[in-house]
Design a protein. Structure first.
Length: 615
């Protein structure tokens, strides 16, 4: 099989082969003209928030109802996400749940536009990770297609998330201000990327040299005499989950302290109505998007970092729009004064959006919070598509097609990764095995491979995503699974260090939300989730090829460059010696699929039985 064109590296660079293919496709493909319907939809989108009709009947008195639509963690999913990543759980009247297909920019745009109809005051906000870890359609072009889609669907403001820093500060600033990529240039002849029409807010991200925020810390939305301030932050722990190059020269500060600071700044400017956009999240007790988060009591159904942030953030903030955990919730948690306040998240990938009613008092210029109300809505795929977004997707798909449609392997069934509900996933095992095989080509003495679960962004699905046929894995599908352009690195670690790394998965910063490493064939251990902290790892159970782990022995370990830098709160993995940088991680998976599958003999899902889980 011919070599697959490589992706851009973390620095944001497309290799010459991929760039040439994209350029050739651009020259061969004419731009897709917008239809009359598309033009009408675009015009409707551009009037968003400017001249809505009367909504709740409170447009001319002392108070007016402001509709706030919000979402988070879109991750460049312009097309409907496949497999379990494209479904949400809906709670039924009898207490059971039903899986509902949802998501896709065409449907998200239609949903938001329909929701705004009849609303005199409407603002649309997001809580970070609009880009990064994106499918090939967006990621191949440094997420310019997603920014253009967000412009069209009427996004007013967003916070940054950790993934906005995947390619570093300079690239994030380019997405904001526009301009063609410094290495890959412009993708369509005669047209320059114009950047985001909406502000990215980064109140708690400052430059080491100046101490100033790298982007605007807040934004004041104004409409018909109403003013609402938005403060945007990402999680303070962003450096732990982004490559070192992406956050070089930056400092990340406490979320609560930062929000409190800028809420006071806004108050001094006469803006008393404040919403915090926080790229940090929690987990609801129920899995359904319409789970009653406030039953039996306020906040009882939500746990995790954002619950504590909500309890501590100044009462000057009237609502919290959150993200990061890809969970769905619309909760009420009292602020420090005991007044109810909404805390919401709309899952991920554009599958949901949240509608919150903010009752604005013209006299006090503040939000009346005697009652709070927010609800999540499904972005149904049964509604009409937004034609202008369809035209945008079609145009970018023509540019991506030469790279995207190339077959790289065959599978006989779904291989769950992101959608697996277990600590060890079949796709995690496959990727670890692929990286071990790749590493052995460079160093036959390599003993095992480790893969971080957060680096697996989707499932491999048996059903065709396009015209390739069932069971065919395309380059685009592989890219969606591993979009980060990490390298497969090698390092020597002692058995004691390996054991410590396993303990770090479930203790310290990872105790509340464990980061369970996916392991290659031959490596096994027991994970006891009935215990707490580092005790969850049974040290005596760790085996390599049937032999107990020797604390004093040295093992050659393959892992991606993110883990090799101590990412995911696993600093011991960054202490390896005798390092060797290998090839691209997606290329390793492609080579493995090519060597171990064919149309006549497709690959089955690994059993995912290497980690024995006690729960």
């Amino acid at each position: 099989m011919a070599a697959t064109p490589q992706r851009r590296r973390r620095t944001g660079r497309l290799t010459a082969t991929a760039a040439a293919l994209v350029t050739a496709a651009a020259l061969l493909s004419a731009a897709v003209p917008a239809s009359a319907d598309s033009s009408a939809e675009a015009a409707a989108a551009s009037s968003h928030g400017k001249d809505h009709g009367k909504g709740h009947g409170k447009g001319h008195g002392r108070t007016v109802d402001v509709q706030m639509l919000s979402f988070n963690d879109f991750h460049g999913n312009l097309e409907p996400p496949q497999g379990s990543s494209g479904r949400v759980s809906e709670l039924q009247p009898d207490g059971t749940t039903k899986e509902v297909a949802a998501g896709g920019a065409e449907y998200l745009a239609s949903s938001l536009r329909d929701a705004r109809k009849g609303e005199r005051y409407s603002v649309t906000a997001a809580a970070g990770d609009m880009v990064g870890a994106s499918p090939l359609l967006s990621g191949l072009f440094h997420d310019e297609p997603t920014v253009e889609a967000m412009n069209k669907l009427g996004l007013d403001v967003t916070s940054v998330g950790n993934h906005e820093f995947d390619e570093g500060r300079a690239e994030l600033e380019r997405l904001q201000r526009g301009g063609c990529h410094p290495e890959d240039g412009c993708y369509t002849e005669g047209r320059e990327f114009e950047g985001a029409d909406y502000p990215y807010l980064a109140a708690n991200v400052t430059a080491e040299k100046t101490g100033r925020p790298v982007l605007e810390p807040y934004h004041i939305w104004k409409h018909r005499g109403v003013k609402i301030g938005f403060v945007g932050v990402t999680l303070e722990g962003t450096p732990d989950i982004v490559s070192a190059d992406g956050v070089k020269g930056l400092e990340f500060h406490d979320e609560v302290e930062t929000i409190d600071k800028y809420a006071e700044v806004l108050r001094r400017k006469g803006v008393n109505a404040v919403v915090a956009l926080i790229h940090e999240g929690g987990s609801p007790a129920g899995a359904a998007y319409n789970y009653d988060c406030d039953s039996p009591g306020p906040g009882d159904g939500l746990s995790g970092p954002v619950a504590e942030i909500a309890k501590a953030t100044t009462s000057k903030v009237d609502a919290l729009v959150t993200g990061h955990t890809h969970q769905a919730y619309a909760c009420s948690i009292p602020d420090p004064s005991g007044t109810p306040r909404t805390v919401t998240s709309a899952a991920s990938y554009g599958k949901l959006f949240t509608e919150t009613t903010l009752t604005y008092d013209r006299a006090t210029k503040d939000i009346v919070r005697t009652e709070v109300g927010a609800v999540n809505h499904v972005v149904s795929r049964e509604q009409p598509k937004a034609k202008d977004i369809t035209a945008l997707i079609t145009e970018w798909n023509k540019l991506a097609a030469p790279v995207a449609e190339k077959p790289v392997g065959w599978i006989s069934e779904d291989i769950p990764g992101r959608g697996a509900q277990t600590p060890e996933s079949p796709l995690g095992d496959l990727i670890a095995d692929a990286q071990l095989a790749h590493a052995k080509e460079q160093d036959p003495g390599t003993d095992l491979a480790l893969m971080n679960p957060g680096g697996i962004r989707a499932d491999l699905t048996h059903a065709a995503s396009g015209n390739e046929g069932d069971g065919v894995v395309t380059y685009a599908e592989g890219f969606t699974v591993q979009p980060f352009s990490n390298t497969v690195n090698l390092a020597d670690l002692t058995g004691a260090q390996l054991l410590q790394a396993l303990r770090e998965q479930v203790s310290g910063a990872n105790e509340a939300s464990p980061k369970i490493l996916q392991v290659s064939e031959g490596f096994s251990y027991t994970l006891d989730l009935t215990k707490s902290g580092a005790d969850r790892i049974d040290a005596g159970s760790v085996r390599l090829n049937g032999e107990p782990l020797d604390p004093d022995a040295t093992y050659r370990v393959a892992m991606n460059s993110f883990l090799a830098g101590g990412g995911d709160g696993l600093p011991t993995l960054g202490e390896g010696t005798n390092p060797l940088v290998g090839g691209d991680d997606l290329a390793a998976m492609e080579s493995y699929l090519s060597a171990n599958s064919s149309a006549d003999a497709p690959l089955a899902a690994p059993a995912a039985d290497r980690i024995t889980v006690i729960s």
